[in-house]
Design a protein around this ligand. Structure first.
Ligand code: AMP
Length: 285
């Protein structure tokens, strides 16, 4: 069952495989990743399997979504282990492109999704979402999947990609999948590998604070007061830097408050730094 996973590294090789499947009438699902895979990624493979006949994962640590000084060089890389995990999860093919397949010499095109990209992560990592939008648009055009699955873990990214697909008439259906968490509630992330044991204990408070924020907002507490309490709770839990903790409209991520959220579909989102690790998480209200 867990036979070695086929790996392709060029767009022509990818298309040859996919065209053969398409010719047999098979539906194709794509799960884009940056590798260092964990149960969260594998849950996306399962979601894709449920909606497609063939599932491909992509593995590309995309330099353009890292700013200078971020962890591009340090980002964990473990392709052989990732391929074994994907095979065990029922993935059919791994697309691990060489960098020139994504950014050929002279590459000059950047996709920017305005609006939903602007707040939160957009304010703290200014070029991040244009890097994400550009690489995801390329992967969707290269593979032309019927569905592509992205995690709610990166909630703003999911909304950016949905907007991108709508705006550019990409024929792929974009699916959001729930966040997979450790038993103490910490969202699984490739970057959790950076945490020291004491930091790992502090990290679990990010989910706890967000759950509490979602609860008090649902009970009608004014947004401004609830956000301020959550900010204080995160700082006293031991995080070093609070980048944001906010309630936002669940789809366009526009600002809510300062009063009670009322009937708007809402999401609470936060980003913190702990030692050398940056953590993000979010919860539905
Ligand atoms: P990454 O490799 O971090 O770029 O993530 C690849 C995909 O996996 C993205 O769609 C992420 O949102 C998703 N993902 C990351 N962590 C989790 C998690 N804990 N649960 C579900 N999906 C996740």
């Amino acid at each position: 069952m867990d036979a070695a996973l086929p790996i392709v590294r060029t767009v022509p090789d990818l298309r040859r495989r996919l065209d053969a499947w398409r010719a047999e009438g098979q539906r194709i699902g794509l799960v884009p990743t940056m590798g260092a895979l964990h149960e969260g990624h594998l849950s996306l493979i399962a979601q894709a399997r449920a909606r497609a006949d063939r599932v491909i994962a992509s593995l590309f640590v995309n330099p353009t979504q890292f700013a200078p000084g971020e962890d591009f060089e340090a980002y964990p890389r473990s392709e052989a282990q990732d391929a074994a995990l994907l095979a065990g999860a029922g993935c059919d093919l791994l697309f691990a492109p060489t960098p020139d397949q994504i950014y050929p010499p002279g590459f000059s095109t950047t996709i920017t999704v305005s609006g939903v990209s602007a707040p939160l992560e957009g304010e703290n990592r200014p070029s991040h979402f244009s890097g994400v939008a550009t690489v995801v648009a390329k992967l969707l055009i290269q593979a032309r999947p019927d569905v592509a699955v992205f995690g709610e873990k990166d909630y703003q990214q999911l909304q950016v990609i949905k907007r991108l697909a709508r705006d550019l008439d990409l024929p792929t259906r974009i699916i959001g999948a729930p966040t997979v968490r450790a038993p103490d509630g910490l969202a699984l992330s490739s970057r959790n590998a950076y945490l020291t044991p004491p930091e790992r204990e502090i990290a679990a408070n990010l989910n706890r604070v967000l759950l509490n924020l979602a609860r008090v907002l649902a009970q009608g507490e004014p947004v401004a007061a609830a956000e301020a309490e959550a900010a204080e709770a995160l700082m006293s839990a031991g995080f070093d830097v609070l980048e944001y903790v906010q309630a936002r409209h669940a789809e366009d991520l526009s600002r809510l408050g300062p009063g009670p959220i009322g009937a708007a579909p809402a999401r609470v989102l936060a980003a913190v730094r702990l030692g050398k690790t940056r953590l993000i998480d979010n919860r539905a209200v």
